[in-house]
Design a protein around this ligand. Structure first.
Ligand code: GDG
Length: 712
């Protein structure tokens, strides 16, 4: 704000530039930090914000320092652009502020939310917001778009707060990325960090589908073309060319940021002029470097480096009448920017990493004369769409120098052919189409969630401890009680390998005591095979149903014959699974009486996904394949005799023990068969997350044990 009338000044930068048009033409509210305007006592500032449908989210100067400068721009920005060495030791403190500010956005949004609203969250500063919104507004349509690259999973995993960040993002219905490779990187990182299955177009997380989409951002092409066609623009562009004499005009336009490749670009120019001394007086390179994030140290360093380099190049290659490089350290109005685009014979866009890079698209859109050459880094997202540019590896200084030379010398017909192809692609995918495409997919993703077929009616399991206890109390009043328990994840936590999940002394005592209460009948219902269960628990007076009920034993120790046999499919299935496991590091095969399981929790998620596809195809060709069925467990694919599941055992036990109060606990999909088979009034208990048919929910095996103790 200057003296007098307050004004809103648009910020320079890709995100703000891109969203201005969709915001102006749509009817939505823009939530953001309004900078210094917040501190102004002038009531007109608020009116102004109101008129522009802007909601100010207050962030104090101290918070800005930690949230924005330190965590977002000092730590996340470099990491997302493949720089891992900037991870600091005190990042947790700054992350605390990052969380606080994200929560503030979520709170203010939730306050103003109305049914049916669509919320679109932007960029790496707000990655926790989708998850926070999901908690506050479980049914809201929430989308998230990442404007920067999502790096390879191995890079992202460096981030100490990676899990919270990924969980935050997965609160959205739709996550959008500029390129297919960013999306792919994200899917792999999420799979690694959370141990969930990787999918390319969607991930399943906590019973929700999160769609993943690719939406290369565009620009307001019509606005750039309009400016470019103005007489004033052509005249001013001519002035720049005349001032450059008969030299070729080269142009760079960047926020002064170390990801934009300025240093290497200048080194390439230096190299070119060193090698081709005839070019020294034939090029005029204008570099517009817009000040950015000046409080972050790395940016101040970069400014010094760039200044020095420009000085050196001009000192070495300049003449008394000409300096080859002209550095402008400032921002210019958009009309002047377009004038520069129109004047430039060669545009150099050579970031070392860039989510998209709008400058490349703006240059092309401004070339209504179909002339000019774009040199473009292969590490800008834009390169995925703009292959008719001279695409270079910005780390290869010789290559950039060569491409620049080639651009300078390019024949007019080649320039026009390339530019026409680029222009039509950029025109096709403008910013309106980008925003429209994202929002259409978001509506689709969110309505798929609302309408998603629920195979059986699910209930919101009750985790109120006092209600579970009351239900148990009623069960205690019965003369007979049937207690059905899953083992892994329910009575003991998961172990690194199944053999390590042996029962501890406390559990053995608890089970023995329970079984010895007159009127109690205790059965274990597990997917494990007979030997381990028998060796661990065989001495107790409890029933054991192994392999999901294929083989069971009465509490008196009488094993029944198996409900089904392996069949002709079993042996070849074992061979098939072993073959897959050999080609899948980390995977292992478990062979049981009438089933075989492929465990892939410790394998690369994409590789595992490919193997699962292969497994399904080949299972269909096994002899008597119709006698077997596939069971999709948690990081395990099991093929077992058809028609065997815990529900059958549970139902048989319930009928065989009439008039008893029934208690059942389990933690995964196979236990849902048990819950489904039991009468309505059974006290059913789901351990952990996930939708369930059970009436009650507890957190982990410690809670289950506590409740069992209460049953004594
Ligand atoms: C992020 C991602 C992604 C520059 N100087 C002036 C000026 N600008 C405008 C340009 C352009 C914008 O700033 C810069 O956008 P970029 O896309 O090049 O880069 P970031 O700021 O890093 O943006 C990026 C983008 O988000 C969108 O998703 O493409 O990869 O890093 O629009 O024209 N504008 C004016 N004067 C200047 O001096 N008026």
């Amino acid at each position: 704000m200057e003296h007098g009338e307050p004004r809103l000044i648009p910020s320079v930068g890709g995100l703000a530039t891109a969203l201005r048009t969709p915001h102006e033409s749509g009817g939505g509210l823009w939530f953001g930090w309004p900078g210094d305007a917040m501190r102004s006592p002038d009531p007109r500032v608020n009116e102004l914000l109101e008129r522009h449908r802007v909601r100010a989210v207050p962030v104090s100067a101290a918070e800005m320092d930690r949230y924005y400068d330190s965590y977002s721009n000092g730590l996340l920005w470099p990491l997302l652009h493949y720089k891992t060495e900037t991870q600091r030791l005190d990042a947790d403190r700054d992350f605390g502020t990052y969380r606080t500010v994200n929560a503030r956005f979520a709170d203010l949004l939730a306050n103003e939310y109305q049914d049916g609203d669509v919320i679109w969250v932007h960029d790496y500063h707000l990655m926790l917001v989708p998850g926070m919104l999901r908690e506050r507004l479980p049914t809201a349509k929430v989308g998230f778009f990442l404007h920067v690259p999502f790096p390879a999973a191995d890079i992202f995993r460096v981030l100490p707060q990676r899990e919270e960040v990924i969980r935050g993002l997965l609160g959205a219905d739709l996550l959008g990325f500029h390129t297919a490779s960013y999306r792919h990187n994200f899917a792999l990182a999420a799979a690694h960090v959370l141990g969930i299955e990787a999918g390319i177009e969607a991930l399943s997380f906590e019973d929700r589908h999160v769609s993943l989409g690719v939406y290369p951002i565009g620009i307001d092409v019509a606005a750039f073309e309009k400016l470019a066609r103005e007489d004033k623009t052509s005249e001013d562009a001519d002035k720049i060319r005349r001032a450059a004499g008969n030299r070729k005009v080269l142009l760079g336009v960047d926020r002064l940021d170390y990801t934009k490749g300025l240093r290497r670009r200048l080194l390439a120019i230096d190299r070119l002029l060193e090698r081709e001394q005839g070019l020294r007086d034939r090029i005029h390179f204008i570099q517009l470097a817009v000040p950015s994030r000046e409080k972050v140290e790395a940016y101040a360093d970069l400014r010094r480096t760039v200044n020095e380099l420009v000085g050196r190049i001009n000192a070495h290659h300049g003449t008394p009448t000409h300096s080859p490089v002209q550095l402008l350290y400032r921002s210019v109005p958009i009309s002047q920017l377009v004038t520069l685009y129109r004047a430039a014979d060669v545009m150099l866009v050579t970031p070392t990493r860039d989510g998209m890079n709008l400058v490349a698209k703006e240059y092309v859109a401004s070339r209504v004369d179909e002339d000019g050459v774009l040199v473009l880094s292969e590490f800008a997202g834009a390169a995925a769409e703009m292959q008719e540019a001279l695409v270079v590896n910005p780390y290869d200084i010789a290559e950039v120098a060569n491409a620049t030379k080639r651009a300078i010398a390019m024949a007019p017909n080649e320039r026009a052919a390339r530019m026409r192809a680029l222009r039509s692609r950029v025109a096709e995918n403008d910013v309106a189409r980008w925003a429209g495409g994202f929002l259409t997919d978001l509506a689709r993703a969110a309505s798929a969630r609302d309408a998603s077929p629920q195979p059986r009616p699910r209930r919101a399991a009750d985790s109120d401890a006092s209600r579970v206890e009351r239900a148990l109390e009623r069960a205690r009043a019965f003369e007979r009680r049937l207690i059905l328990l899953d083992y892994d994840g329910t009575l003991v936590p998961f172990a690194a390998v199944p053999e390590l999940a042996a029962p501890d002394a406390e559990l053995l005592d608890l089970l023995a005591e329970l079984a010895n209460v007159p009127g109690n009948e205790v059965h274990l219902l597990t997917g494990r095979s007979r030997p381990s269960v028998e060796s661990w628990l065989g001495h107790l007076p409890i029933g054991l149903a192994t392999e999901h009920g294929l083989l069971s034993r009465t509490p008196e120790g009488q094993w029944t014959s198996p409900r089904a046999r392996g069949g002709a499919w079993l042996e070849p299935a074992v061979t098939l699974f072993s073959d897959l496991a050999k080609r899948t590091p980390g995977a292992l095969v478990e062979v049981k009486t009438a089933s075989v399981a492929f465990h892939y929790r410790r394998s690369d998620p994409l590789l595992a996904a490919a193997r699962l596809r292969e497994a399904r195809e080949r299972i269909a060709t096994l002899p008597d394949a119709e006698d077997a069925e596939v069971l999709d467990g948690s990081a395990v694919l099991e093929l077992r005799a058809r028609g065997v599941h815990k529900g059958l055992v549970a139902a048989a036990l319930a009928t065989g023990y009439p008039g008893a109060a029934v208690f059942a606990a389990g933690d995964d999909r196979t236990d849902e068969d048990t819950f489904a088979a039991l009468p309505e009034d059974a006290v059913t208990l789901r351990v952990g997350r996930g939708s369930t048919l059970a009436r009650f929910r507890v957190f982990d095996s410690r809670d289950v044990r506590a409740l069992l103790r209460a049953l004594l």
